[in-house]
Design a protein around this ligand. Structure first.
Ligand code: ADP
Ligand code: AMP
Length: 215
């Protein structure tokens, strides 16, 4: 299964990707996670990316395209993958097409999670992530059993720096300007599966699975 999860920040891409990885036993490729790890490790790529991420902008195309090109050649992508947060521009989508073509692979579907802007702000301001295992939570919609502690591994939960309301608004603007045209891009390729992302996490997952079966 070779999938893209498309949608604005906070739509639930990471949440759904984690469930789909378990279901299909294929890796989640989150460019945001890869970039955050590079920032934390202060690698040359992380140093370059940090200022764009802090400002809520996009990291330059050549950097993220390079990450994904390399990642897709990994053996663990042989049976499929879930791209989460990539592509985010038409140039990235074109580069992905070229890379997949050169690897002899085709996308199966692009799932587009549709969520209202105000719900996105509430989701992102309440998002918490485990520092140890990366599991995502929400203080109201998906709280951990013990406040501030990961159910899965007991790790500390933290709030992302870019999940402040000001940076969220900027990220949403960037999404509308640069990423939202990708819905039409993949509709033209007959790959787009729109899913109502306003429902509960489990319901969204069921809808995605039934769309994939029907596709
Ligand atoms: P994205 O990866 O698209 O930026 P996340 O998967 O990290 O989004 O979800 C953002 C926040 O919203 C998280 O705190 C998550 O727990 C919560 N969330 C995800 N899906 C839903 C949903 N269907 N209803 C309510 N909250 C959700
Ligand atoms: P995310 O975890 O997907 O919300 O991404 C966090 C931040 O990483 C974004 O706001 C961007 O600055 C950067 N980023 C992640 N993926 C991409 C991408 N495909 N293109 C450009 N920047 C990206």
């Amino acid at each position: 299964m070779k999938l893209i999860l498309l949608g604005p920040p906070g739509a639930g891409k990471g949440t759904q990707a984690k469930m789909l990885t378990e279901r299909f036993d294929i890796p989640q490729i989150s460019t945001g996670d890869i970039l955050r790890a590079a920032v934390k490790d202060r690698t040359p790529m992380g140093v370059k990316a940090k200022s764009f991420m802090d400002a809520g902008g996009l990291v330059p195309d050549d950097v993220v395209i390079g990450i994904v090109r390399e990642r897709l050649q990994n053996q663990d992508c042989a049976a499929g993958f879930i791209l989460d947060g990539f592509p985010r521009t038409v140039a990235q989508a074109d580069a992905l097409k070229e890379t997949l073509h050169s690897l002899g692979k085709d996308l199966d579907a692009v799932i587009s999670l549709e969520v209202d802007t105000e719900a996105l702000v509430e989701r992102l301001t309440g998002r918490r992530t485990c520092r140890e295992c990366g599991q995502g939570y929400h203080v109201k919609f998906d709280p951990p059993r013990e406040a501030g502690r990961c159910d899965a591994c007991g790790g500390e939960l933290f709030q992302r720096d870019d999940d402040s309301e000001e940076t969220i608004r900027k990220r949403l603007e960037v999404y509308h300007a640069q990423t939202s045209p990708l819905a039409a891009y993949y509709r033209n390729e007959d790959l787009l599966l729109p899913v109502d992302g306003m429902q509960e996490i489990g319901t969204v997952q069921e809808k995605i699975l039934s769309h994939l079966q029907a596709a």
